[in-house]
Ligand binder design. Structure first.
Ligand code: PXP
Length: 391
């Protein structure tokens, strides 16, 4: 194995060792040594301070140390062994906060720094070398992240609840959300979403059952975590479920789930769904605490609530809310969570979110249905699809 990761500390949920290993392997390739072997050791400040004193005569911890295999007199060892990169997660975590980046990203930067040391770069030798090293670091990080995100298509899942709302307004059988879902799929939508509410104000049990049989792309059942609806989900087995908070009096889902405040319950529901082979997405606000909690309870996806960005009334507010979404999506992605987003997205504000590169799927309902009244459902879906990056 070209990259060996050892952790002397409990790795925080915001670090995905799997992703770190993949990144280290890609970095070796980008540096022209894909077959070299690299060892990464993650530890905390006290152990780092010991090593710093022992090998560099310096007091206190540092962020990263690199030991090339030759430094230890290993000239008889196979040349593919590059050496060790040792990273203090305590220091990395403080630096991540100061730099406003995720811990995962800070660790990636430190890994690049250590790797370049192993490859002969040394910023302590001269100013020119320091500049050359910094330049190479920046270039490698950018190549790594661009490569990781390139080719990631954003898919469009259409929420057909509003078709059922219209039907229920008359209490008759049309328009039928099942037929609407078929038209959305024919127009190119990669998923269908329905929210089976406790009060059955729009989607009915019959709709979900028929959709299970007819949807060819992917059926995402949005639901509150109540026993009655959980039982239906377990019986019908949609392709995935999205847990949302549900209040009877709300017009639409108002805010994200408080996952951090109900970890045990979320864990239980996720475990039951996992047993039935149903991946779970948690609809959350763009907030670090909720993302960490979603990761801890074992969610496969998070759906980031874009409502406040969409409702922003000034450019400045919109930018602020967009930054929160971008940061949250980055954070979740870096943890290895799959990231969806939705709520309030329309033909004007979707492109920016879709371009993030960390988001896999957008869930859109109202705007598409509203446009469909004028231009037809097929055309409305195609126009939304045209706004998404094609991969
Ligand atoms: N995602 C979730 C979790 C939702 O509850 C809704 C609304 O049903 C949507 C996405 C779609 O929102 P909109 O209808 O505003 O596009």
């Amino acid at each position: 194995m070209p990259v060996l990761i050892t952790s002397q500390t409990a790795t925080p949920p915001s670090i995905s060792l799997h992703q770190l290993r993949q990144r280290a392997e890609r970095l070796l390739s980008l540096c022209g040594c894909p077959r070299s072997e690299l060892s990464i050791l993650l530890l905390n400040d006290p152990e780092m301070a010991q090593l710093n004193e022992q090998y560099r005569n310096k007091l206190g911890p540092t962020n990263v140390l690199a030991f090339a295999i030759q430094e230890g007199g290993g000239e008889h060892l196979p040349t593919e062994l590059l050496g060790d990169v040792i990273i203090s997660l305590d220091t990395a975590s403080r630096e991540a906060t100061i730099d406003g980046v995720t811990l995962h990203q800070r660790v990636t930067i430190l890994l690049i720094h250590g790797l370049l040391h192993l490859l002969g770069f040394d910023h302590e030798r001269s100013r020119a070398e320091a500049l050359a090293m910094l330049e190479r670091e920046t270039q490698l990080l950018s190549e790594l992240l661009t490569e990781e995100r390139r080719g990631k298509m954003v898919s469009l899942a259409i929420n057909v609840d509003h078709v059922a709302t219209l039907r229920q307004a008359r209490g008759i059988t049309e328009p039928d959300p099942v037929l609407a879902a078929g038209i959305c799929e024919l127009a190119g939508a990669q998923g269908i979403v329905v929210h089976l509410r406790e009060d059955r104000r729009h989607i009915q049990d019959r709709d979900v059952r028929l959709l299970r049989q007819t949807v060819k792309s992917k059926l995402n059942l949005e639901m509150g975590a109540t026993e009655e609806i959980i039982a239906i989900a377990l019986e019908i087995k949609p392709d995935m479920i999205t847990l949302v908070p549900e209040k009877r009096k709300e017009l639409t889902t108002e805010g994200g789930l408080n996952v951090a405040g109900q970890k045990k319950k979320m864990q239980e529901v996720i475990a039951r769904m996992r047993k039935a082979g149903i991946p779970v997405s948690l609809f959350i606000d763009p907030d670090s605490r909720q993302i960490n909690a979603a990761h801890e309870v074992g969610a496969t996806f998070v759906e980031i609530h874009t409502g406040r960005y969409c409702d922003a009334t000034t450019e400045q507010l919109r930018d602020k809310e967009f930054t929160l979404i971008a940061t949250a999506a980055e954070e979740a992605y870096e943890m290895g969570l799959r990231v969806n987003a939705g709520h309030g997205l329309n033909y004007l504000n979707t492109r920016r979110v879709a371009a993030l590169g960390t988001i896999e799927e957008l869930s859109i309902g109202h705007a598409v249905m509203a446009r469909a009244i004028y231009v037809g459902l097929d055309q409305a879906v195609r126009e939304m699809l045209a706004l998404l990056p094609a991969g």
